[in-house]
Design a protein around this ligand. Sequence first.
Ligand code: SIN
Ligand code: CO
Length: 395
Amino acid sequence: MTTQTRRKGLSAPKHEQASVLGTLTPEEFLRDYWQKKPLLIRQAIPGFGDALPRDALLELARREDVESRFVAHDSTEWQVTRGPFSKAQQKRWKGKWTVLIQGVNLVFPFGDQLLKRFNFIPHARLDDLMVSYATDGGGVGPHIDNYDVFLLQGTGRRRWRIGKQTDQRLIEGAPLKILRDFQPEHDWILEPGDMLYLPSDWAHDGTAEGECMTWSIGFRTAPAQELAAQFLDFLQDHLADNSTITGRYADPDLQRQEHPGEISEAMVRKVSELLRLIQWDEALVRDFLGASLSEPKAHVFFDAPEPTLSLAAFGKRVKKDGLHLDARSRMLFAQGAFYLNGETVVAPPESHAALISLADLRELRASTLAQEAANTPLFECLYDWYECGFLHPGT
Ligand code: SIN
Ligand code: CO
């Protein structure tokens, strides 16, 4: 376990966002800490604090299209309620409570910008940005997440106690997962701008010291069973579309059986041979990952722009102002295939550089687009995505 302090006057190369890792390089962080051990970085983002005022966060908790939770506790009991919440409900929140908002990066442009500072972890690993507000003493209790998380302190102070324990037994009957016997090994108070990185298997308990807000940049670790189940779903659709398995079970060589109730070995053999035709390769796994990891969350819907520019007007506009992905868009790429919000586009090689840049930076500068002729496959592809509401003119 290490504490990092930001070196004064350290400035990032021009093309990169300023580091959030104190004196560590991304390579050092990945080598020594990522999924290995916690790291406390004092003043990871100096001056970070009130980007999202409390009232704006409470307003998010009232929205239908935003996932929110309210957690309260006294000395004996925990209470959890899922949002959206009405203003009247919020007025009744008393005592030690916390409200947690998932997917803040999807609805609050500053959140999307903040995530760019974590670009040293691939986008394919990102889950979302959660922001919580708590009253004095509020928190969600000691627990273990299936996320790697950067806990960035916004306004106020929070006490974090953490420990690596094998005892994962939970308090029975509690409405959220709270460890029965939490054994903390470290205890820190985080101030605005401080950040704690926690690998997924570390137990932790954050308690607000006075009112406070915490920003959690979460990287989900999918259980192997879940990945396998999702892949089998994908494979099923793939087989339906491009089947190498045709015809039907046939047994013109059927022999009379001694027991009509028995499944014969001949039948088992025939079906085994048929199932052996179900095959996949890394190209299919790549497409599975691209489609599933770029799939928007269930409650996300995109709106077509109103009014919609013509292709020519769109070309003119983005050559002047550039373009950016919608905050809810997820874009990835691999080996010349581009995945945006669950859709796959195999783009011609001359458009790769621009599309890779869009996937990496989530925006394309006017200067990148200025040299392109407006009717190239790149513009046609960008225009399709613009019409779907996946990206917008301007940076
Ligand atoms: C919080 O922000 O209150 C909880 C974050 C966490 O423990 O993962
Ligand atoms: Co947690």
